[in-house]
Design a protein around this ligand. Structure first.
Ligand code: GLU
Length: 429
């Protein structure tokens, strides 16, 4: 299930929250002084390589015609084809998709996956549409993207508001238009269509591995920790279950409908069953429902923002009572809030590392599709763990050597890879 948080009520539109692309640019400025002679290429990262805006018209079930705006941004393609999800959400904008594509460039390079960065989205509320309407929207969007996507060009995947079914329709539409079945055009597909075992849980599994690694270094064992999770979709819901399974206590949960706080621990399986039935957390534990802002005040060892960007604002960062923030969402912490957390000594495991498990298993899926040879779930989970732990170690070492945050360290490693590729390829013509 995907995470359909609305921004209203979560202060996304708070004037203190910068536009996502502005946050990305600020992060690039922050890393530039660390790049030596490669810094002459950083302008490359401030200009997405290619941005496509498409009209997506459909006839609704009641016969009316509606139009939606769809986007695909290919931020960089220097290290390989574009890679990144497609978001269906009422607040999708070009600015947001640009930032999400930029973060994919950094994430893929930080993990050393052979991809550039891309992202797509359509501004609509998937909950207001029937299955048939969603299928028509997805197919028309895919068709409009035409040859800009493809197994060697740009490979979409699920994100907020999209899922395996969306990917099956994208794969089929692309294949029908091209006259042959191309499983490698998208990842996060159903297993019956060339999807990978373990992909569905991969992002959350990566979040959990990142939390374990951070906890080990800070002397905060996950097994005895109190954890707060914002977002109860595929990432937040599954991460909460993995934390609980390890012995941790989930003391706060928040989705678009409710904030739940319970020092004794919230039963994640029961919460998931409630959400599967009703579509929201509200009504699950009426006695534990608290005001929205209380979510940020709960004493915890780990805080996992796994909803949308721009949630962790400076005012919230000042009051946070946690030791480690593990970013399950993309861009949940604004640059100003990041500074507050760094000053307060709260460790932040950045999105480009913490939530990279999803795209890592997407990479495995793409490789399996190319070779038409499929791996076992154990193999996938073992390889995921080894890539996540390896990336965590290298980013930790750079942070330690250069006395910078884990985010800046991840950006240093990623930008070195992307900009060296850019320099070695040279400017065309
Ligand atoms: N949407 C996910 C992300 O933000 C996965 C992208 C992918 O698998 O390509 O990382």
């Amino acid at each position: 299930m995907s995470n359909n948080r609305t921004r209203e009520g979560l202060s996304y539109l708070d004037p203190a929250s910068p536009e996502p692309w502005a946050s990305f640019l600020e992060q690039i400025d922050c890393v530039t002084p660390h790049l030596g002679s490669l810094s002459r290429w950083t302008e490359t990262l401030k200009r997405p390589k290619r941005m496509i805006i498409v009209d997506v018209p459909i006839i609704r079930d009641d016969g009316t015609i509606v139009h939606y705006e769809g986007y695909r941004v290919q931020h960089t393609l220097s290290r390989g084809p574009g890679k990144g999800g497609v978001r269906f959400h009422p607040s999708v904008t070009l600015n947001e998709v640009m930032a999400l594509a930029g973060w994919m460039t950094i994430k893929n390079a930080a993990l050393n996956l052979p991809f550039g960065g891309a992202k797509g989205g359509i501004r609509l509320d998937p909950r207001q549409h029937s299955e048939g309407e969603l299928q028509r929207i997805t197919r028309r969007y895919t068709s409009e993207l035409g040859g800009f996507i493809g197994p060697a060009r740009d490979i979409p995947a699920p994100d907020v508001g999209t899922n395996e079914q969306t990917m099956a329709w994208m794969m089929d539409t692309y294949s029908m238009n091209n006259g042959s079945t191309a499983t490698g055009v998208v990842t996060g597909k159903p297993v019956a269509l060339g999807g990978s075992l373990g992909r569905h849980e991969a992002t959350a599994r990566g979040v959990f591995i990142a939390a374990q690694q951070a906890g080990r270094r800070r002397g905060v064992p996950v097994e005895r920790a109190r954890v707060a999770v914002q977002g109860f979709g595929n990432v937040g819901g599954t991460a909460a279950r993995l934390f609980e399974g390890s012995g941790a206590r989930i003391v706060a949960l928040q989705d678009h409908s409710a904030t739940l706080v319970d020092e004794a621990g919230i039963n994640v399986m029961a919460a998931s069953q409630h959400v599967a039935r009703t579509g929201q957390l509200s009504g699950f534990l009426p006695h534990a429902e608290a005001p929205t802002e209380n979510f940020w005040l709960v004493p915890t060892e780990f805080l996992v923002p796994a909803a949308l960007e721009g949630q962790l604002l400076p005012e919230r960062a000042k009051r946070l009572k946690t030791k480690i923030v593990v970013e399950g969402a993309n861009g949940p912490t604004t640059p100003a809030a990041d500074d507050v957390l760094n000053e307060r000594g709260i460790l932040v495991v950045p999105d480009v590392l913490a939530n990279a498990g999803g795209v890592t298993v997407s990479y495995f899926e793409w490789v399996q599709d190319f070779s038409s040879f499929f791996w076992t779930e154990d193999e996938i989970n073992a390889r995921l763990e080894s890539i996540m732990v390896g990336a965590f170690d290298s980013i930790w070492s750079v942070a330690d050597e250069r006395k910078v945050s884990l985010r800046t360290a991840a950006f240093i490693i990623a930008c070195q890879r992307v900009l060296s590729a850019r320099e070695q390829r040279g400017l065309y013509p």
